[in-house]
Design a protein around this ligand. Structure first.
Ligand code: AMP
Length: 173
């Protein structure tokens, strides 16, 4: 399977989670063994030559791709979660959403000073979430080597919030 075929395995769900949003549903990709394998292999291909100490995945679909990439690269994985989910001592960053705000957390001891971090998520939309994740990693002394996404929604210009960072997106809509 190639990346063009992969694109066709992603399902558009209109008006989810609210009216006007076209949700990119990746469960249709994940259940297809060839598509899942192709997606992970192609994401891996884009980042395999980077210097990486640790993969950080964003809740929750970032866990699926982040852990697969980490396993294949032979690296560790650390989860970034919504407020209140991680059991040990955490550091947090609060960021603005379209309506209101959200808080994400990571374990305080997840990232050593100077550790080179690859951030992985399923989709880059407005970039607000990734921007907050970068802040959180840098707060702990980590160095962001790059951000890897399965999908980037180009028309939302998420890259503008991540200037100066290397972004690796596999599929563009
Ligand atoms: P953003 O902070 O706007 O870049 O949004 C990124 C996060 O929201 C990612 O973790 C995505 O999983 C999710 N997301 C945003 N927009 C969509 C969409 N149209 N379809 C699927 N997931 C989305």
């Amino acid at each position: 399977m190639n990346v063009e075929c992969l694109k066709k395995t992603i399902r558009d769900v209109p008006d989810f989670p609210k009216k006007g949003i076209i949700f990119k549903d990746i469960t249709t990709l994940l259940k297809d063994k060839d598509a899942f394998q192709c997606a992970v292999d192609a994401m891996l291909d884009q980042v395999k030559n980077l210097e990486i100490d640790l993969i950080v995945g964003i809740e929750s679909r970032g866990f699926i791709f982040g852990s697969a990439v980490a396993y294949k690269l032979g690296k560790g994985f650390s989860p970034i979660r919504k407020k209140g989910k991680l059991p040990a001592k955490t550091q947090a960053v609060t960021y603005s959403l379209e309506y209101g705000e959200d808080t994400i957390e990571i374990h305080e001891d997840a990232i050593g000073k100077g550790a080179k971090i690859l951030i992985v998520d399923d989709l880059l939309a407005t970039g607000g979430t990734s921007e907050a994740v970068v802040q959180l990693i840098e707060k702990l002394g980590g160095v962001v080597t790059g951000l890897s996404f399965l999908i980037e929604l180009d028309f939302l210009h998420g890259k503008d919030k991540l200037q100066g960072y290397d972004i690796y997106s596999l599929i563009h809509f």
